[in-house]
Design a protein around this ligand. Structure first.
Ligand SMILES: [Mg+2]
Length: 416
């Protein structure tokens, strides 16, 4: 039987690492956030903000991703906190994916800071896949300035589980022959797709480790957890289908999704993530010169329940703002208030034909927005993603307006 070779590559503390890389790129004397107790977090009001990413030394203080900043400050009063700058992260994410494409034609972006590479059959070209993973890890570090973990295995699930072993800057393998030694001793909640309440229920059945789940009675698990039970029992045994997620693959059609490493429990934060997704989707639509007429939003909650909604627009569009507004309406209709772990926006029915059913006022408005979007794309292409960013990414005000602020103005605002 021919065997596949899959890498799962995961950026270590992505938002914090990327923020450090960016800060150092604009000021060589900037403090490297990775070397001090630091976190990325905050929202409209700092006191309501949560930790989105943290440095290793912040972790040593017991600070956890997803916890309120107030708690984090209590644990470490000298904690340096920076507000997230999603436009910077999207730019670094693009560089990361681009570099992976230089190593294999088959790259599947899973979230802003994670991707799978299919390295099957590359041994003749690259040699031993584990040694090559180490080369790739070092190349990312030296060329892009941040570290990654790489999991190597024969399927996506095992590769993903492997990349989650000790961090940072490591390559781990989890081949089927290593499941017993490396996977089974782990607590059951560390298995992909096992959320908090599932873990609690499993524990009440006496199943504490992945190994115990693997050896449990399949029929009992299936009866207790239904379809989800089948999936996790198979996962515990290292058996996984080709696709890990029901989310539409980001590069097929025009869509993007984002796995969030903490529970999002408020609509404001979720909509900020939606905007960053709509930005990248809109830009790709305009780059290809097409217009879309169907928008859909997918929400995956912390128990891996999926909800999605889609709608057909009255007109075709390539305007980020319209895609975003639609995505927000769909989100409001779909969200059942359960903590969110993954969000996706996808668009379809792309065509090169533009048709509109706007009233005169809207037509004028969207025509202007369309021109503005194109102008911004041109500036991004010419001067980089940082040259113009959205006002809401600057001051966390969800206005959805595009700010024509330039770099200088942005720095000024950041210093305030
Ligand atoms: Mg990561």
């Amino acid at each position: 039987m021919s065997s596949s070779t899959i890498y799962h590559i995961d950026v270590n503390s992505a938002f914090l690492s990327w923020q450090s890389c960016y800060d150092i790129s604009i000021d060589a004397n900037a403090v490297d956030l990775r070397t001090i107790p630091a976190a990325i977090g905050g929202s409209q009001e700092m006191r309501h903000g949560i930790v989105l990413a943290k440095s290793t030394s912040a972790k040593a203080y017991g600070i956890q991703t997803g916890e309120p900043l107030v708690n984090a400050y209590r644990k470490c009063p000298s904690l340096v906190v920076k507000q997230p700058d999603f436009s910077v992260y999207v730019e670094y994410s693009n560089r990361f994916i681009k570099l992976l494409h230089e190593h294999t034609p088959i790259v599947e972006q899973y979230s802003i800071d994670e991707a799978y590479c299919d390295m099957t059959g590359m041994e003749l070209l690259h040699g031993n896949p584990v040694q090559y993973a180490n080369r790739l890890r070092k190349e990312i570090k030296s060329h892009l300035g941040f570290t990654v973990n790489i999991g190597v295995s024969s399927n996506k699930l095992l590769a993903k589980m492997a990349s989650d072993f000790t961090k940072p800057d490591k390559v781990h393998t989890l081949f089927p022959s290593e499941i017993e030694e490396k996977l089974w001793p782990l607590p059951v909640e560390s298995l992909f797709y096992v959320g908090k309440s599932t873990a609690a229920k499993l524990k009440s059945l006496g199943i504490k480790t992945i190994g115990a789940l693997a050896h449990s009675d399949y029929n009992v698990i299936k009866k207790t957890f239904k379809k989800h039970g089948e999936v996790i029992w198979n996962y515990a045994n290292g058996i996984a289908p080709d696709t890990l997620s029901d989310m539409p693959a980001p590069n097929k059609g025009y869509g993007n999704s984002l796995t969030i490493h903490f529970d999002v429990t408020d609509a404001d934060t979720a909509k900020k993530f939606l905007l960053s997704l709509c930005e990248t989707v809109g830009e790709r639509i305009r780059l290809d010169g097409v217009y879309i007429s169907v928008v859909s939003v997918t929400i995956v909650d912390s128990e891996f329940g999926h909800r999605s909604k889609q709608t057909t627009l009255d007109s075709t569009t390539n305007v980020t703002e319209l895609i975003y507004q639609t995505a927000c309406h769909l989100f409001d209709a779909a969200w059942n208030k359960k903590p969110i772990r993954q969000l996706g926006v996808s668009t379809s029915h792309a065509s090169e034909q533009k048709y509109e059913q706007y009233n005169l006022f809207d037509m004028d408005k969207y025509e202007k927005l369309s021109k503005l979007n194109n102008a911004i794309d041109n500036i991004h292409t010419k001067y980089g993603k940082d040259s113009i960013i959205r006002a809401c990414f600057l001051d966390n005000n969800m206005s959805g307006k595009t700010s024509l602020s330039v770099e200088k103005q942005r720095k000024k605002i950041k210093k305030q």
